[in-house]
Write a protein that binds this ligand. Structure first.
Ligand code: ZN
Length: 105
């Protein structure tokens, strides 16, 4: 899993292609993420006592992790990510393009 909460990612497919935004949530099991402002859909609300008119709510739908790339701050673009084990035993993500350290895995 190369993408975590609070990462900045670039969307590489779909309507929001090219958009950069922050990851709000990651679902590891489904390999999907909720990304701020990306993949917005209308959720339609049934009429209820609290909401007598019904209506619709704009929310972010989950997007598949394979449609996202982590943004390398050095390259300033979405990049492929590799992993490296540091001398202290921690796993770090590295940019495949420039080798920059992209934080702990
Ligand atoms: Zn880079």
């Amino acid at each position: 899993m190369h993408i975590r909460r609070d990462d900045t990612v670039e969307v590489i497919t779909g309507e929001d292609r090219g958009v950069r935004a922050r990851v709000l949530r990651v679902n590891r099991r489904k390999r999907q993420a909720i990304v701020e402002g990306v993949n917005r859909v209308y959720k339609h609300l049934r009429r209820s006592r609290r909401n007598p008119q019904g209506g619709r709510l704009e929310i972010e739908a989950p997007i598949d992790l394979s449609n996202l790339k982590l943004v390398c701050s050095k390259c300033d673009k979405g990049v492929r990510v590799g992993a490296r084990i540091e001398d202290d035993g921690t796993k770090h993500r590295v940019c495949r393009t420039c080798g920059a350290d992209l934080g702990e895995l």
